[in-house]
Ligand binder design. Structure first.
Ligand code: GTP
Length: 300
């Protein structure tokens, strides 16, 4: 029967055995993971805690105490980790209580899952994005709505934005040029949003925004600024057989303040109604509808 250390020494996963974080055994993979030269250097440490950022210490202690007291293994934990050389990585920690020459000790295995987690995050992000414009898509807007919580200091607004007479652009210049206009507009609303705000393409030439404002006037003023920015913007298209084209467009925006816990359907009906009014009353305008607003849709 080979000694377990002979097996662990050549195991590719970092492994350390410790009693209350005092190292008793470490394999070479653990030394490499920690940014140390060899396993002996790990064993010379008074505590392996120093190898992990301080923010992880309380949770590591809690997991250790729980596992030692109950013998029940804690579920694997994924942490952001930085080794002593400053290399960032994502690590999955798996613990198991073992008998260490008559004492209870913790055997900890580490899997570096940086690539896997990054791939998963990229895939998740791709599923939430629109192919043509790379803005967020309707699915992500619905996800955000299901995660909204009440008691925000500022007010959140849902705005529906729709390019005016977009069909004419397609019909006059062709679908690929229409796509260019959609991309240019997407860039415009992406630039408009603050880091904690979102821009979505819902489909076709329909877009949405989730923005913050202190009050109705601020929301309207900001959306007006977006409307004017789009009006002033030109998409230049070069063509080998003709003069370069310069295409402009305008947008209509319907917005509404969000009640704390309302669902997407309720809020989007109000924003859509406001957009409908914006279109019906001449396009290239912002209608911001909330209970205190003077822009109450007057559908009739
Ligand atoms: N180029 C391009 N066109 C699209 C895409 N998706 C939808 N469309 C076109 O968008 C146009 C939408 O036209 P309408 O719904 O009639 O609206 P509109 O012409 O913008 O008129 P109003 O909204 O009333 O101002 C149609 O011609 C669709 O074919 C796309 O991905 N790319």
């Amino acid at each position: 029967m080979p000694d377990f250390k002979d097996i662990l020494d050549i195991h590719p996963n970092p492994c350390v055995i410790h009693i209350n974080f005092v190292p008793k055994y470490a394999n070479n993979a653990f030394a490499k993971f920690s940014g140390m030269a060899c396993a002996e250097d790990v064993l010379s440490l008074p505590s392996i805690r120093v190898l992990f950022e301080e923010e992880h210490w309380p949770e590591a202690q809690r997991r250790y105490n729980h596992a030692i007291e109950t013998g029940i293994p804690t579920p694997p934990e994924v942490i952001n980790h930085m080794d002593l050389k400053g290399n960032p990585m994502i690590a999955e920690i798996t613990d198991k209580v073992i008998d260490w020459y008559g004492e209870k000790a913790m055997c900890t295995f580490v899997s570096v899952v940086t690539d896997q987690i990054r791939r998963e995050r990229t895939l998740r992000d791709m599923a939430n994005r629109d192919d043509l414009t790379n803005l967020y898509n309707r699915r992500y807007l619905l996800d955000l709505f299901s995660e909204r919580h009440a008691a925000q200091q500022r007010r959140q607004y849902l705005a529906m934005a729709d390019i005016d007479h977009f069909k004419r652009i397609n019909d006059t210049f062709g679908h690929p040029v229409g796509d260019l206009v959609l991309r240019r507009f997407a860039q415009e609303i992406e630039d408009f949003t603050a880091p904690d705000e979102y821009a979505f393409r819902l489909g076709g030439e329909e877009f949405a925004l989730l923005i913050w404002a202190d009050n109705h006037t601020e929301a309207t003023t900001r959306l007006e600024r977006l409307r004017v920015a789009v009006q002033d913007c030109e998409v230049r298209v070069s063509h080998p057989n003709s003069q370069p084209l310069s295409i402009g467009c305008t947008i209509s925006i319907g917005a509404t303040v969000l009640e704390a816990t309302e669902d997407f359907l309720t809020a989007s009906l109000r924003a859509d109604e406001a957009l409908y009014i914006a279109k019906k009353t001449g396009r290239n305008r912002v209608i911001n509808y909330d209970a205190s607003s003077e822009d109450k849709p007057d559908v009739g």
